[in-house]
Design a protein. Structure first.
Length: 334
């Protein structure tokens, strides 16, 4: 099987049934709180923000959007989180999926380190055992088999695709095109496509990359230019301010609404059939992430979503559930 860390070969692009797209998915990295500036640790995390999931789910239902909660082990085993989300998942008002943070997922056999925080760097057997236990915990808590996966820190590895297929997971959404994490020991996605694609020739695992686009005068040359700017981060800011080149992921975390709307239009005008939005659940309560420090920041996050969802409706882009994606994707004869 083709490793997910490598760009797919030509001809791997997934196609969807006529009339399906364009669509979008709203994915939530639903996880424990931790200090982003401190070393990772297996113990001492908290889930104080979990009650705020109820407000976000209510907000999504009011907007007629079905979020996809990608939960890690602390959340999967949280009685409170399960009580908040289970009815919505069972009723089809939300989807549940897997997010593997290896440093808080049993069994705890590896050294906790930045390198090992990318699950794909673990020995195959250990990555498999962590994934299997987490998948089973989610299935038991929610009464349904999770069918979509994201590696924490986007940390897939050479064995991840095969392991997901073995666990019955049909969709991966770990690939973050135009970003790279090799400096920390993780994968690099600078050359991966933005469009959904098959991760294997047997069409058993569908990749839904997170959506990021380049904007600006030099956006067509962005893949060649942007990776070379890591030594000069101030130059990236200058290029963005001059309107020459800017990288815009579809997330409320650090991306102003006006830039997000521009990114949506670029992605749609480029013909992307499915847009993939994401953010981290601790941002639903002030004080846990750099993006939401105050209640005013939290109000701004909800306003961001309102503006984005209004724009998507104006562009006639509907949300999609995991099942709808799976039913609409066309499997070519082998």
């Amino acid at each position: 099987m083709q490793p997910l860390v490598d760009p797919p070969p030509p001809g791997s692009e997934a196609r969807f049934a006529h009339g399906f797209g364009p669509r979008f998915i709203l994915t939530v990295d639903t996880e424990e709180e931790f200090d982003w500036s401190q070393p990772l640790r297996s113990e001492g995390h908290s889930l104080r923000h979990v009650p705020r999931l109820a407000r976000f789910q209510q907000f999504c239902e009011g907007e007629q959007v079905r979020p996809i909660y990608l939960v890690d082990h602390p959340v999967a085993t949280s009685v409170e989180a399960t009580a908040i989300l289970r009815d919505a998942v069972r009723a089809g008002r939300a989807d549940i999926g897997v997010q593997l943070h290896p440093w808080v997922s049993p069994p705890f056999e590896e050294e906790v380190s930045e390198y090992n925080s990318f699950a794909g760097n673990l020995p195959r057997e250990l990555e498999q055992e962590k994934l299997s236990r987490l998948r089973d915990a989610i299935a038991e808590a929610y009464g349904t088999d999770p069918l979509i996966y994201r590696a924490g820190r986007y940390g897939i590895g050479p064995n991840t695709a095969a392991l997901l297929v073995e666990e019955g997971i049909a969709i991966d959404t770990s690939v973050r095109p135009l970003f790279g994490y090799s400096g920390a020991g993780g994968p690099a996605y600078h050359d991966h496509p933005l469009v959904p694609y098959w991760a294997d020739s047997e069409q058993r695992l569908l990749e839904l990359p997170l959506t990021t686009v380049f904007s600006g005068m030099f956006r067509k040359q962005g893949r060649a230019i942007y990776p070379r700017l890591w030594r000069w981060p101030e130059l990236r800011g200058i290029l963005a301010r001059l309107g020459l080149l800017e990288r815009l992921p579809l997330t409320p975390e650090g991306v102003p609404l006006a830039d997000a709307l521009s990114a949506i239009d670029i992605a749609l005008d480029d013909g992307l059939p499915l847009l993939n939005f994401s953010f981290h659940s601790p941002s639903l309560e002030p004080g846990h992430t750099p993006y939401v420090r105050t209640e005013r920041d939290l109000d701004a996050l909800y306003d961001w979503w309102r503006g984005v969802l209004d724009h998507l409706r104006m562009r006639q882009v509907r949300d999609a559930s995991v099942r709808e994606v799976m039913e609409a994707v066309i499997r070519q004869p082998g």
